[in-house]
Design a protein around this ligand. Structure first.
Ligand code: ATP
Ligand code: MG
Length: 260
């Protein structure tokens, strides 16, 4: 069964895109077939995967308005080894175009059905907003990964997001679950970060990934080369952390399968 994850947090700049791109490459390194869906008009995951967002023949926008299928709009992210359903600024118009469309929040989910058997993992990079695009991501997904920085206001935003996920589950996507909270850009020397991290573990228990993503310059540099950190510097701390995250996810999967 394919795993479909929405990587989401309405807060900007918390590491959603960095996580989506590097997790995609790390899962490929673990022999998984991966589709990355860029649902953000900023197109950062597209560019970070080495695809020029200004030159797209087709994008996730065409898929949402049912002008193209995913098979027609996807591209290979050469270096990362995964497929990308790319995005650019055009996607910002989708919200308005879909206003009168029935089941407009199910567009991505429906389109995904046609290709889902080709992938082990589908990772959806959501924009920093709880809008129709994110809603499409949450309706297509089975689980949600929440990247977050361990700072004071992070916890406040988290309860809004958890409430949204509850509402989506109640009204639109009954199977939706939180897969895990991921601590990103972590600096162990920062006392507040340690404190927030401990609070997260206390409140969310095993929903917090054991793997912590450190602040690492290679992760910030890699997008300027259009490659995941794994390709840019395979020994960097950032690369190692995302490989560990992929391993943690795959191990959790085997354990659940055995439990059943
Ligand atoms: P947005 O909400 O705008 O989509 P985002 O949540 O996708 O942002 P990113 O774009 O992944 O966040 O990260 C924000 C910035 O922080 C980027 O410049 C990225 O390169 C940098 N960054 C992300 N994770 C790390 C890390 N672990 N170490 C160092 N820099 C990082
Ligand atoms: Mg982003």
């Amino acid at each position: 069964m394919s795993k479909i994850l929405a990587i989401t947090n309405q807060k900007g700049g918390v590491g959603k895109t960095t996580t989506t791109v590097n997790l995609a490459a790390s899962l490929v390194a673990a022999q998984q077939r991966v589709l990355l869906i860029d649902l953000d008009p900023q197109g950062n995951a597209t560019m970070g995967s080495g695809i020029e967002k200004r030159d797209l023949q087709a994008s996730v926008y065409d898929v949402l308005i049912a002008r193209k299928t995913i098979a027609q709009a996807r591209q290979a992210a050469g270096a990362g080894g995964y497929d990308v359903l790319p995005a650019n600024r055009e996607l910002a118009g989708a919200e308005i175009e879909l206003v009168d469309v029935l089941n407009r929040e199910m567009r991505l989910r429906d389109a995904l059905q046609l290709v889902i058997n080709e992938y082990d993992y589908v990772l959806i990079d959501c924009p920093p907003a709880l809008n129709l695009l994110t809603l499409n991501g949450l309706c297509a997904a089975k689980t949600v990964m929440i990247p977050m920085q361990c700072e004071y206001y992070a916890l406040e935003g988290l309860s809004d997001l958890v409430n949204t996920i509850r509402k989506v589950r109640a009204n639109l996507n009954p199977v939706l679950e939180i897969e895990g909270l991921l601590r990103t850009m972590f600096d162990p020397r920062n006392a507040l970060a340690q404190q927030v991290s401990a609070q997260l573990e206390e409140h969310f228990g095993d929903k917090v990934y054991k793997t912590v993503i450190p602040r690492n310059i290679r992760l910030a540099e890699a997008p300027s080369y259009g490659v995941p950190a794994l390709v840019h510097d395979k020994t960097s701390k950032g690369t190692t952390a995302y490989l560990a995250l992929a391993a943690e996810m795959l191990q959790a999967l085997t354990q659940t399968t055995v439990a059943i």
